[in-house]
Structure formats: C-alpha cells, structure tokens
Design a protein around this ligand. Structure first.
Ligand SMILES: Nc1ncnc2c1ncn2[C@@H]1O[C@H](COP(=O)(O)OP(=O)(O)OP(=O)(O)O)[C@@H](O)[C@H]1O
Length: 253
C-alpha cells in the first residue's frame, strides 16, 4: 500500500523571466507533516502554492510539470480550482478571518460547497471543525461574535477550523506561527501534530526548531532547487548535501 498523497514531477515555476522553481520532483505522504525549509526567496511558498493552484491567481506566474493528488492531475483543465482549494486547504502567515462571526467564518466554506443538509448539519460541522482546531472551548459561548475579536493565536486556530470545515485531504500552512507569540505557537504546533492523524500537512517554516518539532519529513530548498528531502531527523543530524549542512548549521540563509 502506498502512502503517497501528493506526487510532483518536473515542476518549474516562472514569474516573468524569474525562474523561481527549478525542476522539482517530490512525493509527499499522507498522515504526515512535511516541512519546507530554506533561505528566504528559495521558493518554499511558491512551491507550496503550486499544490492548490494558488499561483493561478498571480498573473505573471507560470507553472509547468505534473502535480497529482491521489493520482489526479490537479492542473487538468477539468479540475475546478475552487473545488480543489476546498480539498487542499490553506492557512496563511497572518491570521485572516473574514469580517464575519466566528460561526460564519467556519460555516462559509461548507455552505458554498453545499456540504451541509440544513442548519443542524451545519451546526455540527462548525462544532466539529472548531473542536478539531482546539478552539471549541474558547469559542462555544461567543459563536456570534466577530472572528476578528479573537486573539491572534485564536484567530489562527479559527482559520485552521475554516480550512478543516470543507473536509480537505491536505492542509497547506505558510508560516502559520510567524505572527504568534510563543504560547500561541506552542498551541498551534500541538494542533498540527494532532491534525496529522487526519490529513497530509505541509508547512513552510523559517524556524528549523519548529520543523524539527512538528514534522516527520523535511524538504530543503535552495535557489529554487529541492536540494534534499527525507526523514526530518536525518536532515537535521546527518544531511547528505553540503548545502543542507551549511543551512542547518547557520552558515547560509
Ligand atoms: N507574487 C510574486 N510575483 C513575482 N515574483 C514572486 C512572487 N512571489 C514570489 N516571487 C519570487 O519568487 C522567488 C521565490 O519566492 P518565495 O516567496 O516562493 O520564496 P520563499 O522561500 O517562500 O521566501 P520567504 O522565506 O522569504 O517567504 C523569489 O525570487 C521571489 O521574488
């Protein structure tokens, strides 16, 4: 039985003339946290955005190569990017709740994708998503209050609940803790570890400590190349490539 969720082959990304991702091939596992690390500008976020076609929204961006999720070509013209993004949820650097109530933030996706069969069903999805995002206890008595009134860490967990509510297979996280204090960061990291039981989680992080704490697999990017990919512990203790070694020992980046 294969555990591969995402398979990318020969992926190239250009922003105009800037060749940002150079022939990247990688197989990302299900029920695993995979960390993308590397110096600023190496292409981590660009490659992450390829996985739910978020780069489609950037005019000058061109993506080629083959990316499959559960063996389905996500760049096939038959694939609706909006549906794809429900299946491949994304959490951004800065918590970005909608200017709506906590309840509506979570209910929005299931509503537009027709995932609920009425109010009771929707209530259940909202509760389940908030529970999975470890926010239910704090939010259950204020569901009608604005999501923007929560603390930064709570807002980020709300954004995770919103991503989970559309029953995704994959969760992409682009530096999800960079705007959070150490306590909120620890809570989100704990949550990422739990989410691994249900999803394939891919996280971009600038923090090598965070990559070491939360991920089982790590991909090291440098100047648009995927230099090394493997078991996190090995990448951090015994990397194969001298560039990885330099990065983890703080000599580049
Ligand atoms: N929206 C964009 N338009 C034009 N060029 C972009 C865009 N986003 C990224 N790039 C370019 O693509 C390259 C890779 O950037 P990317 O943001 O993917 O790197 P990163 O490793 O995530 O960096 P950081 O860690 O600083 O966020 C850089 O040269 C960057 O200037």
């Amino acid at each position: 039985m294969t555990n591969i969720k995402i398979s990318a082959k020969g992926v190239q990304v250009y922003y105009g003339d800037n060749h940002a991702i150079k022939d990247v091939s990688v197989q990302i596992e299900d029920k695993t946290v995979t960390a993308f690390i590397g110096p600023s500008g190496c292409g981590k976020s660009t490659f992450l955005r390829c996985l739910n076609r978020m780069n489609d929204t950037i005019d000058i961006c061109r993506v080629t190569g083959d990316i499959r999720i559960d063996d389905e070509d996500i760049y096939d013209p038959k694939v609706d990017p909006v549906q794809l993004r429900a299946k491949v949820g994304m959490v951004f650097q800065k918590p970005n709740p909608f200017p709506k109530s906590i309840y509506d933030n979570v209910a929005y996706g299931p509503k537009i994708h027709g995932l609920a069969r009425g109010k009771a069903d929707l209530d259940e999805i909202v509760e389940k998503s908030l529970r999975k995002a470890a926010l239910w206890t704090e939010a259950k008595d204020r569901l009608n209050e604005p999501g923007t009134g929560l603390s930064g860490g709570q807002q980020q967990r709300l954004c995770i609940a919103r991503a989970i509510a559309t029953a995704p297979d994959v969760l992409l996280m682009d530096e999800p803790c960079s705007a959070l204090d150490p306590i909120a960061t620890a809570q989100v990291e704990e949550l990422i570890d739990e989410l691994r039981q249900s999803y394939s989680v891919v996280i971009v992080t600038h923090s090598m400590q965070q990559a070491a704490r939360v991920s089982q697999k790590t991909a090291f990017f440098h100047l648009g190349n995927l230099v090394e990919y493997g078991v996190t512990e090995k990448i951090f203790t015994n990397p194969e490539d001298p560039r990885t070694e330099s990065y983890i020992s703080g000599r580049i980046g």
